[in-house]
Design a protein around this ligand. Structure first.
Ligand code: HEM
Length: 341
C-alpha cells in the first residue's frame, strides 16, 4: 500500500469507527499526521463535523469575554482528565449509582471549574453534528482554544478520542500531582503517564494563567517543614504580600494568581517569576530549586526564550492529549458529557 492509500484508508477506517491500533499500523505511521502512535488524527471530523472547532471557539470566546479565567479552568480540566484513565472525559461524569464522580476527588473538589462551558459546547455540537464529537475531544479542543485565546501557541490537534463509561476517584487521588510535591515526586507522577522532565517543565507553564486557593500554598507561608517557618525559597516581598491574602487560619478558599505579573496572559513570565523566587506553589518553585539539573536548566531556557517555551508547550500538550485514548469500538460518544449513554 502506498502512502496516499494509507492516508485514505486510515482516515476512512477512523471515520467508520474502526480500531487502528499502533501495532497494526505500517511502520512509521502516525507522525506525519501529528497523532504519534495514538490512533488519533487531526482530520478526524473533516467529513462528519467540519465546523467542530469553530463551534468550540464561538462558545469559548463568549465565555472568555465575560470571564478570562475560564481559559485557565478549561486548560486544567483537560490535564485532570488525561492523568486519570487517559483522556476519556472521565472527569466530566457526575455521581450516579454506577459512577463515583472524580469531581469529588481531593485535587478536584471545590477546585475544578468550567463544566458549564463544556455542557454548552456539547449542546451546540449535538444540534449540529449529533452523536459525533466526543466529550474527550471537546476537552482537548477547549484546552487548545483557551491557550490560543489567552495569547499562547496554536497546534494541530489529533482527534478521535472516545468517552469512557467509567470514572475513578482513587486513581484521581493517586495520580494527579499534589501542589507540595517534591521534584522527584512530580517526575515520577509524570513518568507514570509516559511524560518526561521536558514535558513536566513545559506543561507546568500552564500556570502562566489562572488562580490557586490559599489551601494549596498556605503551608509555604506558615509551616513549610514542620518548624513553623516559611519556605526559604519564597522571595521576601512576595511572601509578605501572600500573607495579606492568606491568614494563618481560615481563608482556605481565598485565591491568588499563579502568575502574579500577567494572570490572564499566556506568556513565559511564569518561568521568570520562578527565577525571582515568586513561583506560587511548591511544585512550581521546585522545578528550579529541586536540584535536578534538567528541570533547572529548562526553567532558565523558557524564561529566556518564549518561542522555545511555546513550541515545547504545544508538543507536550499533544503528548499529554494522547495519553491512553479510547479509540475504535472502545468507549462511546456521550450525548451528555455528565452521564454515560
Ligand atoms: C506539575 C504538576 C502540577 C501541580 C502540582 C498542579 C497543581 C495545581 C494547583 C494546586 C492548582 C490550584 C487549584 C486550586 O486552588 O483550586 C492549579 C491550578 C491550575 N493548573 Fe495546575 N498543577 C500541575 C500541572 C498543571 C498542568 C500540566 C497544567 C496544564 C497544562 C495545569 C494547569 C493549571 C491551570 C491553568 C490552573 C488554574 C486553574 C483556574 O484558575 O481555574 N497544571 N494547579
Amino acid at each position: 500500500m502506498g502512502v496516499v492509500e494509507a492516508v485514505i484508508s486510515v482516515t476512512a477506517m477512523t471515520l467508520l469507527g474502526w480500531t487502528i491500533s499502533p501495532s497494526s499500523a505500517h511502520p512509521g505511521w502516525g507522525s506525519p499526521w501529528g497523532g504519534g502512535s495514538s490512533g488519533l488524527l487531526p482530520e478526524y471530523y473533516m467529513y462528519t463535523c467540519p465546523q467542530v472547532n469553530d463551534i468550540v471557539l464561538s462558545v469559548l470566546e463568549r465565555a472568555f469575554e465575560t470571564e478570562p479565567r475560564i481559559a485557565a479552568s478549561l486548560l486544567r480540566l483537560h490535564f485532570h482528565d488525561c492523568f486519570v484513565q487517559g483522556c476519556d472525559a472521565s472527569v466530566l461524569l457526575d455521581d450516579s449509582p454506577m459512577i463515583g464522580s472524580e469531581k469529588k476527588a481531593g485535587p478536584n473538589l471545590n477546585s475544578l471549574r468550567g463544566f458549564e462551558v463544556i455542557d454548552e459546547i456539547k449542546a451546540k455540537l449535538e444540534e449540529i453534528c449529533p452523536e459525533t464529537v466526543s466529550c474527550a475531544d471537546i476537552l482537548a479542543l477547549a484546552a487548545r482554544g483557551s491557550t490560543v485565546l489567552s495569547g499562547g501557541p496554536n497546534w494541530e490537534l489529533p482527534l478521535g478520542r472516545r468517552d469512557s463509561r467509567t470514572a475513578s476517584i482513587s486513581i484521581a487521588n493517586r495520580d494527579i500531582p499534589p501542589p507540595n510535591g517534591t521534584i522527584q515526586n512530580l517526575v515520577t507522577l509524570f513518568q507514570r503517564q509516559g511524560l518526561d522532565e521536558v514535558d513536566l517543565v513545559a506543561l507546568s507553564g500552564g500556570h502562566t494563567i489562572g488562580m490557586a486557593r490559599c489551601v494549596t500554598f498556605k503551608q509555604r507561608l506558615y509551616n513549610q517543614n514542620g518548624n513553623n517557618q516559611p519556605d526559604s525559597t519564597l522571595e521576601r516581598g512576595y511572601y509578605q504580600e501572600l500573607k495579606t491574602v492568606c491568614p494563618p487560619s481560615g481563608g482556605d478558599n481565598y485565591i491568588s494568581p499563579l502568575d502574579l505579573a500577567s494572570p490572564v496572559r499566556f506568556d513565559n513570565t511564569y518561568y521568570k517569576l520562578i527565577l525571582w523566587g515568586k513561583g506560587l506553589l511548591t511544585s512550581d518553585e521546585v522545578l528550579l530549586t529541586g536540584r535536578l539539573s534538567t528541570t533547572m536548566e529548562l526553567v532558565r531556557a523558557y524564561a529566556e526564550d518564549e518561542g522555545l517555551f511555546f513550541q515545547q508547550f504545544a508538543r507536550s500538550m499533544i503528548k499529554m492529549g494522547s495519553i491512553k485514548p479510547l479509540i475504535g469500538f472502545n468507549g462511546e460518544v456521550r450525548r451528555n458529557c455528565r452521564r454515560v449513554n
